[in-house]
Ligand binder design. Structure first.
Ligand SMILES: [Zn+2]
Length: 434
């Protein structure tokens, strides 16, 4: 056991010091001046004669403290040697590793890097860029078991009437086989009904990928039923419907263009946008002439509808669906819209903020091979014609990819409580406090 010479300042730190130096044997000492070294200097690596104590080097970690590491000198050849300071590196890395776990946990709860930096100001200041760098480095090293099996399902409701009686049809569809798993009629559709329905038909202890529409009750209900096992995708087709509804039935070309730019966030509507962009200058030219405009817009909209119809027929001929944009493209398209958000009507602004806050739930399908982005299969099931949603693209977007990895880690039980609190870890440094 290392010999520890206490002084007036550190005599209360004995337990901490014993803990830190626990692995060193009786050859070592921690002097009253706080120098860590061998009691008897080692032999010179060159002349093999015993060296002598020769002061120390100081190593400082800002805000934590500093250590004095003993030096040895050979009186024959003047060569010097420094004691190994691995104990110091060790206690630092234990603390900083714990910070990294803390960052991960905060990221899991969607705290931004900037937010984490502000929180760290209360604990141990770290800049946003340091946090980002450490977090990404750490996430790169995380090995998540890749054999995660995620069951994929669609969930939807219909509200049919039975005579005068309002009924609720709850349906679960297996995304792979496109076969119904459960299809039941209820008198109400409150949270309890939905919860019981899901629990009855799905294994809630296993990871599940579930596509739903935007009903406000779903996130809470699904979280309660599946907890961390949940991967929740909002139906993109349903989002498209909401976007279309945000605009009046009779739109100007300018409005139509904005509508298509919003639809173009997740689906490729570049052709429609090109078409509308060519019409836009004409519309702007006519802004003063009401009568002429009314005639013009009628024709313009007819042209556009004809063009749209042509594209639709072409897709049908080729047996294609609308294609998704890759993640980066979707993000860029979205950010382009957000840049001008102040210039849009309130309803449009709200929709964009809604997309922003649900971004993960709108794009999570990119990360699970073969997972669907829409509830089209269940819609088709309701209307009896079965179609397949194909075409998946996998690209990387570090931010969201790590977000998904974190969710995976949580499901795999890899995000756990720390062994020691940060306070306890800081306590390790008190003997070295300056
Ligand atoms: Zn020597």
């Amino acid at each position: 056991m290392v010999t520890i010479y206490l002084n007036l300042n550190n005599f209360s730190e004995l337990p901490t010091l014993l803990d830190i130096f626990g692995n060193y044997d009786n050859d070592y000492e921690y002097t009253a001046e706080g120098i860590f070294r061998k009691k008897t200097s080692p032999s010179c690596p060159k002349c093999n004669i015993p060296m002598v104590h020769n002061g120390y080097n100081t190593y400082t970690k800002k805000g934590l403290g500093d250590v004095k590491i003993g030096k040895y000198k050979c009186s024959n050849c003047n060569c010097t040697l420094e004691e190994n300071r691995s104990f110091w590196e060790e206690i630092k890395s234990v603390l900083f590793d714990s910070f990294n776990d803390f960052f991960q946990l905060l990221r899991y709860h969607n705290v931004s890097h900037k937010g984490i930096s502000s929180i760290m100001d209360f604990i141990y200041p770290r800049s946003k860029s340091t946090i980002l760098r450490e977090f990404n480095k750490n996430m790169d090293q995380e090995k998540v078991p890749n054999v995660e099996y995620v069951y994929m399902v669609h969930y939807d409701e219909q509200h049919p009437k039975e005579g005068r009686c309002q009924k609720y049809r709850l349906t679960l569809l297996d995304a792979k086989t496109q076969r119904p798993l459960a299809d039941e009629l209820f008198d109400d559709k409150n949270s309890e009904t939905i919860k019981n329905f899901l629990k009855k038909h799905l294994d809630t202890s296993k990871p599940v990928f579930i596509v739903t529409d935007f009903d406000n009750t779903y996130p809470g209900v699904l979280k309660e039923v599946f907890g961390d096992k949940l991967v929740h995708q909002y139906c993109l087709m349903h989002l498209n419907k909401l976007i279309v509804h945000d605009f009046p039935r009779k739109t100007s070309i300018e409005q139509e263009l904005l509508k298509y730019k919003m639809l173009n966030i997740f689906y490729n509507r570049e052709k429609e946008i090109d078409f509308l962009e060519k019409l836009l200058p004409e519309e702007l030219n006519l802004s003063g002439d009401e009568k002429q405009y009314v005639e013009w817009i009628k024709t313009a909209k007819k042209q556009f509808n004809k063009y749209r119809h042509g594209l639709k027929l072409e897709r049908r001929r080729k047996k294609e669906n609308l294609t998704h944009h890759c993640l980066e493209k979707a993000r860029t398209n979205f950010e382009d819209l957000m840049r001008n958000i102040r210039t849009y009507d309130e309803g449009i602004q709200k929709r964009l903020w809604m997309i922003n806050s649900h971004w993960l739930n709108l794009t999570v399908f990119h990360y699970l091979p073969g997972s669907p982005a829409t509830n089209n299969p269940i819609e088709s099931y309701f209307s009896k014609s079965l179609k397949t949603d194909s075409k998946k693209q996998f690209r990387t977007d570090t931010g969201i990819e790590n977000q998904i990895k974190l969710a995976k880690m949580k499901r795999a039980g890899m995000i756990t409580k720390p062994d020691k609190s940060l306070l306890e870890l800081f306590r390790t440094f008190t003997p070295f406090k300056v």
